[in-house]
Design a protein around this ligand. Sequence first.
Ligand code: HPA
Length: 277
Amino acid sequence: MNEMAKYRLQVEEAVTFLQTRLTNQPEIILVLGTGLGALADHLDHPQTIAYEDIPHFPRSTVASHAGNLIFGQLGGKQVAALQGRFHYYEGYSAKELTFPVRVLSLLGAETMLVSNAAGGLNPAHAAGSLMVIRDHINLIPDNPLRGENIDAWGVRFPDLSATYDQELIAQTLACADKLGITKMESGIYVAIPGPSLETPAETRYLRQIGADAVGMSTVPEVIVAKHAGLKVLGISVVSNVNDPDNQQPILLEEIIAQTEQTAAQLVRLILELFKEL
Ligand code: HPA
């Protein structure tokens, strides 16, 4: 069997496994990034399934990421929350790390909301702000759609001219306004392979190519979601702002501490947004 036929079979086995355990089909996928797993505590009627119990699901190797798929309701919507995500730097290919998003899209989800922790590149943004993603730049040297295309899943050359849903962006910004969240930005997210952080020269380069924030995730998942025809919303927690002319060490402990501090705001924002979806 070729690689793609094998992958397809694995996806289909995971879909079948989940279908036998779910009473409702998910409408919205929530991808919870670094420090943001707490959002899952807000789901009504949660049903938790460990990644390791789902056939062919990848395993989280990062301590700051749990490994649970949690089904439940939020604002009356059926939600599937990925508590703990996978990264290219862990050694997964883009196709492997997007396995959960492909599975959930085939279970019927129509929208994906993805969050991450990111480093700020725009000097006008402050640490602890939230940034709605307007567009992205992919610098991860892999694409989840590389290889044979499965036409039943999506087209060979998916259009990414309007990747992030304009209406969801506008609703998010309006909700932030309503909640009095002042450190609310919007901008371009660039995905780097990691795990090493940026040199000052790389920070300067990433800013010059048009990015406002940098991280090591999100873009592969977004590509699969668009291939599958989902509406996408992305929000970054800007955990640190990198100034290439005065570069400070970027420490994981600080990233996680700042993200957790800001996560409460992101949770409020998402709960408000769900009232309007
Ligand atoms: N760079 C890359 N990824 C990150 C950063 C950063 O500064 N902060 C949080 N995730």
